[in-house]
Design a protein around this ligand. Sequence first.
Ligand SMILES: [Zn+2]
Ligand SMILES: [Zn+2]
Length: 474
Amino acid sequence: MPEPVTAIVGGQREWEDRGWFPPGPKLAICLSGGKNRLDDLTDGELLQVAAAARRQTSWAQSRELAAIAELTRRHTADEDAGDPDYRILSARESVTEEVAAALTVTSDTAANLVHLAERLTGPLAETGEALGAGQLDMAKARVICDVTDRLPEEAARRVQCTALEKASGQTTGQLRRRIRRIAQRLAPEAIEERKREATRLRRLEVWDTPSGTTDLALCDLAPEDAHAIYNKITAAAHGIRTDGDTRPLNAIRADLAAQLLHGAELPDAIRAVLKQGCDAPAPTDGRDPASRQPVSAAHHHTGPRSPSPRSEPGGTSEDLSGDTGIAALADEVDRRLRHVQARVQPRELPHTIRRTVQRIHDQFSDARDAACRGGDEVHGRPGYRPPAAMRRDVEARHPTCVFPTCNQPSHRCDLDHTVPWRPGTTCRCNLAPLCRRHHRLKQRADWRLFQIWAGLLIWVAPSGAWYLVHPDRQ
Ligand SMILES: [Zn+2]
Ligand SMILES: [Zn+2]
């Protein structure tokens, strides 16, 4: 039982003189007064409450990161032993996927969190402590982490030390400017190398925005290139405005850039402006477009997907006739697993959940085959490769990779035999799209994927957490 509010605030009004309460359980109680109590506070006190809530958030985030760091440490401690097997996802990446599924965030976001968690509990432990004490927020901790990334140990330590002196009184922008200068002075070669490495991952990105438009961006160019392009387009746009165009400058710049990328013929005068100083060399270092962004730089723009892997299926449930739709089946399975979870020792959970789902899968075996045979479809095809119509069918059922947080379109995925071919069949009840990464995740012994009904899949993570994936879950 938490202490009642009155025990903490006594006869005082709820917030009186509590501006600098440290974060933690007591502050949580002081903050939980609700809307009515806020009515009694002065403007100054309201601002204190806002600041205190932020401190409390930092505290909670430091707990989140500490838990992730512990999980990572536990599972990656003995990873280096033996040859890495490229067909199987590494333990570190497996932890990332487990975090992604548990927190319903993308793999990139989870990789960022794992990286941040390791640094704030390791080389940047003082920053981690400051976060836990509410002296700085997550955004500032990220700035310190980004600026010191891959710096030599001593340089990173000194940058951190300088950062923490003033971080609580600086915005992220001020903090970044200040410590970047220091990092540049302390470790110019490391900074240069980091930049070279980042430009190797240069790319063209496209993503849809909430307003229904689409952004198109050239990312991680060398700064001199990017600024040269921007300045030239701006100069040309000014020229167009001077000639009487009334569109806003931003719109002219965007239209001009789009025209150029479409390969449109431009008026001579504009071409002349754009050609000025066109000799800036493009970076010529190694090209490695396929390699993944290592972590920190958060270049993630895909919109959030439907948050719960347990949500209702948007599509039909043609595989189950009568009253029992796929959703009902999924709910029933979920209920059974919760029942098991409530009765098992935590250490036994992963093993027990895996075994239970296996049993459910086996129990449905005959009914599943019969449902397949009963439709117009034939159950099972002779070869390993699914026929085109079956592929289309499975891709329509799952428009993306079937990992709960993955957005990879299924036409760019492998069609995986959930139970490996022979004894597994080539059939819609045993096929599902998996992107390369999650295909490799499935190869790990501590992850399991079951297809308990055609299109209804269950992932069991190493922790014993399970994720139901419905057909057509977009
Ligand atoms: Zn089948
Ligand atoms: Zn995937």
